[in-house]
Design a protein around this ligand. Structure first.
Ligand code: 5AD
Ligand code: SF4
Length: 460
């Protein structure tokens, strides 16, 4: 039986694709291993969003090659993901030990490509665009037992000036609502309690009949599911109807990832983003009105071509105004083939670094204050696992903050709950009182013993 090892770079879509590759290979009798030296097939799922991400994936490819036998026992090497689509055959020339190159749209054919290679020893290139694969139901193997990623669409039609995604993942296609619902129902049956609906721009989901608000309502109505998340959003497509639904639907978590990219209207225009800073701030206000304590996170690019100090100050000031729960800041990286790559990359590396640090500093202050404001409050946490020490529990708030839950009780009460009893809380929503907070991680207490009693009673 062929054993495979997968390593993943990049976004949630890539994580999902890796889980999908694992499921497809498993269905065909292949076995997943977690040590590269045990594998007969090594898959590197690459990301091409920034040059740095691409370089890291290839550095890892070399490392894996050096770690594994060069003899007849050499494993089959497969480069998958966005860079496979972008570079295609060039990968075989630059990395002659690579045997398969498979783009995201060709994942379904992976077992066949492996078998053909084994029979013929001919390198296999599968990078053609294919619309059909989004329509199928997927035998995904999820890394986590409580929460699962569910892809609802593929590709993107937006062509933001800096972005590779439309070129490597193709045009936007939405999966039919009924297929997504069937997949989520199946997950609930297996014990999953949370799903994250994934797409490059979930706000433009449309399967011909249903839009994203319809999908969110339908998924939230499924019994047994406790939480629904979604990402990523696009400020130009986030409708008032959707914001209302996010506010009203209890199972929809109070967390929206809303990429800003820049706070300067001039730069937003050059990026082809289709909204203004004022519109973005209005969305932030509306979201906060619709759902109490909603967490808003964002992505920002610094040093886009032509970004002046004044443009940058506008971004910094918007960050301070919007008070994001978290911001992921990236230095602009020219990507071949995108429209921005034709513009001069005229902000120096040092200046990009400075701008990135300025935003990170401002954001850290904001995030710390927001987390500290939760001290003393009771929050609802979905327990995902025992914490690494085995004595405490670990979970997430609706706003996606990590919480370490001290599950012991006061010495004058009953004895501490045993590990076995603690694991009964995995997959449950429990109230936790926050005691201390770091930037993103919270520490809290929960009266687990009392809860344990009521849970055992109610489950009888
Ligand atoms: N350079 C820097 N950051 C980029 N992103 C996308 N393309 C680039 C690029 N060429 C960032 C955007 C996006 C996030 C996933 O990656 O902020 O939202
Ligand atoms: Fe890239 Fe823009 Fe599409 Fe997001 S919306 S994937 S940034 S082109």
């Amino acid at each position: 039986m062929l054993k495979f090892f997968i390593t993943t770079f990049g976004c949630q879509m890539n994580i999902y694709d890796s889980e999908l590759m694992a499921g497809i290979l498993h269905e065909q009798g292949f076995q997943q291993v977690f040590e590269p030296k045990d594998a007969g097939l090594i898959i590197i799922n690459t990301c091409s969003v920034r040059k740095h991400a691409e370089e890291r994936a290839f550095a890892n490819l070399w490392d894996l090659y050096h770690l594994t036998p060069k003899t007849a026992k050499k494993p089959i090497f497969c480069v998958a993901g966005c860079t496979a689509k972008k570079m295609g055959e060039e990968i075989f020339r630059k990395y002659p030990f690579v045997d398969l190159v498979v783009s995201p749209a060709n994942i379904y054919g992976l077992p066949k490509l492996v078998n053909t290679f084994k029979k013929t020893r001919q390198k296999q290139l599968a990078i053609k665009n294919q619309a059909s694969y989004i329509k199928k139901n997927f035998p995904v193997i999820h890394a986590n037992k409580i929460k699962a990623l569910v892809t609802i669409m593929q590709g993107c039609n937006n062509y933001c000036a800096y972005c590779m995604v439309p070129y490597v993942r193709g045009a936007e296609i939405s999966r039919p609502l009924k297929n997504i619902v069937a997949e989520v129902r199946g997950l609930v049956k297996k014990g999953y309690r949370e799903v994250t609906l994934l797409g490059q721009n979930v706000n433009s989901y449309h399967d011909g009949k249903n839009d994203f608000t319809d999908l969110l309502k339908k998924i939230s109505s499924l019994p047994g599911l406790l939480r629904v998340r979604f990402m990523t959003n696009h400020p130009k497509d986030m409708s008032g109807t959707l914001i209302k639904a996010i506010g009203k639907l209890d199972k929809v978590c109070g967390h929206v990832h809303l990429p800003l990219q820049s706070g300067s209207d001039r730069i937003l225009k050059a990026m082809n983003r289709g909204y203004t800073a004022a519109h973005f701030l209005q969305l932030v206000r509306k979201l906060r009105q619709a759902k109490q304590d909603i967490a808003i996170t964002t992505d920002i690019i610094v040093g886009f071509p032509g970004e002046t100090k004044k443009d940058f100050q506008k971004t910094l000031s918007l960050v301070k105004q919007a008070k994001f729960d978290a911001a992921f800041v990236f230095k602009y990286s020219p990507r071949p083939g995108t429209t921005a790559a034709e513009l001069a990359d005229d902000v120096s590396a040092a200046e990009k670094q400075q701008r990135l640090e300025k935003i990170n500093q401002a954001q850290q202050d904001i995030a710390r204050k927001l987390s500290q404001s939760l001290i003393g409050q009771q929050v609802e946490v979905l327990v995902e696992d025992l914490a690494t020490d085995g004595k405490n529990l670990f979970g997430k708030t609706a706003g996606y903050r990590t919480v370490i839950i001290d599950a012991s009780v006061a010495p004058n009460q009953r004895p501490a709950t045993s590990d076995q009893q603690l694991s009964l809380y995995i997959g449950q929503l429990i109230p936790v009182k926050i005691i201390t907070a770091k930037n993103w991680t919270l520490y809290g207490k929960s009266a687990i013993n009392r809860l344990h009693r009521s849970n055992t009673i109610s489950s009888k």
